[in-house]
Design a protein. Structure first.
Length: 339
């Protein structure tokens, strides 16, 4: 792709050449199909449209210096999609189908995988929806699994410079026994008002607190939260947050760097004691946080006083990205070259 300014790409949708589709009908999954259309033909009464039977994943394909294309921990995305399917009673896909579909989606859109060194990647969006009709509230009998791709830059326009977050207390993204720990569209619908509130206040993303006590940190928009102090990496343990594959990887990298790792409830008041805080996820990678504003309490927590990310966040970020792009060895076997 000659005309794309790869290093300026936003985190947005850009049409690529093809997408992959596979239908579950009559009790079995069919063959993978390649489509050049951005549209799907869907029954007006499909459960995805009415009762929220849909789940998605977000992952990236990275081009290395050697020009080879790498996937990062795709099996974890597969496992999470299985849990999402189980959580809202959708027909799960098989591991083989998932692997074939993501691999094919990258290879047939290869010209959209950004060049190494631009900070961009090809984002993959696997999507599973209830496509069969129901009017009573029950699971569909037919499903559609798709994978489309789009080249992306960083989720936060700041890239690896500190972002500003606002705490929202008057809406909840998820409930403890709800669907917060799986990746289904309904969670994102219920996060929109909180995100709007944060944006309206001039902040980049909302921080959600646990919905029972409004006391413990849950998540930052579409990313997990972490804090660092006393040589310890601390990230929330909560039944209503999405277990982030990026966070899981960072916990390992923090341990490799000699940090202690704790997963436990984090009281919002503890924010005062952190030396570094950040948000992490596939889209967000690692985004250092410079300010957290608790709107209702009119209280500000400030970090990165020199306007730069902290030392440990920077070390972890550099290590993670180097592994993803194949610039450094991959000690935990997280990366798979696509052929
Ligand atoms: N939390 C939410 C709500 C998300 O949507 C995402 C993105 O997938 C994450 C956290 C980060 O998860 P991961 O690192 O697996 O992309
Ligand atoms: C991701 O990090 O892949 C996400 O899913 C974030 C997204 C919802 C934009």
């Amino acid at each position: 792709m000659q005309n794309l300014d790869w290093s300026q790409l936003p985190f947005g949708y850009l049409k690529t050449d093809y997408n992959i589709r596979c239908y579950y009908r009559d009790g079995k999954w069919g063959e993978l199909e390649v489509s050049s259309s951005e549209y799907i033909n869907l029954h007006i009464s499909a459960t995805a449209l009415h009762y929220g039977q849909q789940a998605f994943e977000g992952m990236k394909a990275y081009r290395g210096k050697d020009n080879k294309i790498r996937l990062f921990r795709w099996e974890e995305n597969f496992k999470r999609m299985q849990r999402s399917a189980d959580g809202i009673l959708m027909q799960p896909i098989t591991k083989e189908l998932f692997k074939d579909a993501i691999t094919k989606a990258v290879l047939i859109n290869e010209r959209f995988v950004p060049p190494h060194g631009t900070g961009a990647a090809l984002y993959l969006r696997p999507l599973l929806i209830g496509s069969g009709p129901q009017i009573g509230v029950k699971p569909a009998e037919e499903y559609l699994f798709m994978v489309f791709t789009t080249p992306v830059g960083p989720y936060f326009k700041e890239g690896f410079t500190p972002i500003k977050i606002a705490v929202v207390r008057d809406s909840d993204r998820a409930a403890p026994l709800g669907t917060g720990s799986i990746k289904v569209g309904g969670n994102y619908a219920s996060s929109l008002t909180g995100a709007k509130k944060a944006h309206d206040e001039g902040y980049g993303a909302p921080m959600y607190l646990d919905s029972i006590h409004k006391k413990y940190i849950d998540e930052i928009g579409a990313a997990n939260f972490f804090g660092i102090k006393n040589n310890t990496y601390i990230t929330p343990k909560s039944p209503s947050i999405l277990p982030s594959i990026t966070n899981m990887s960072i916990m390992q990298l923090a341990e490799d760097l000699g940090l202690k790792v704790e997963r436990r409830p984090i009281d919002i008041e503890e924010l005062e004691t952190f030396e570094e805080v950040g948000a992490c996820g596939t889209a967000a990678i690692i985004s250092p946080i410079g300010e957290i504003y608790d709107i209702d309490k009119d209280k500000k927590y400030n970090f990165c006083k020199d306007g730069k990310a902290g030392l440990i966040s920077t070390q972890i970020y550099e290590k993670l990205v180097a592994i993803q792009y194949g610039d450094e060895t991959d000690p935990h076997n997280w990366v798979e070259i696509i052929k």
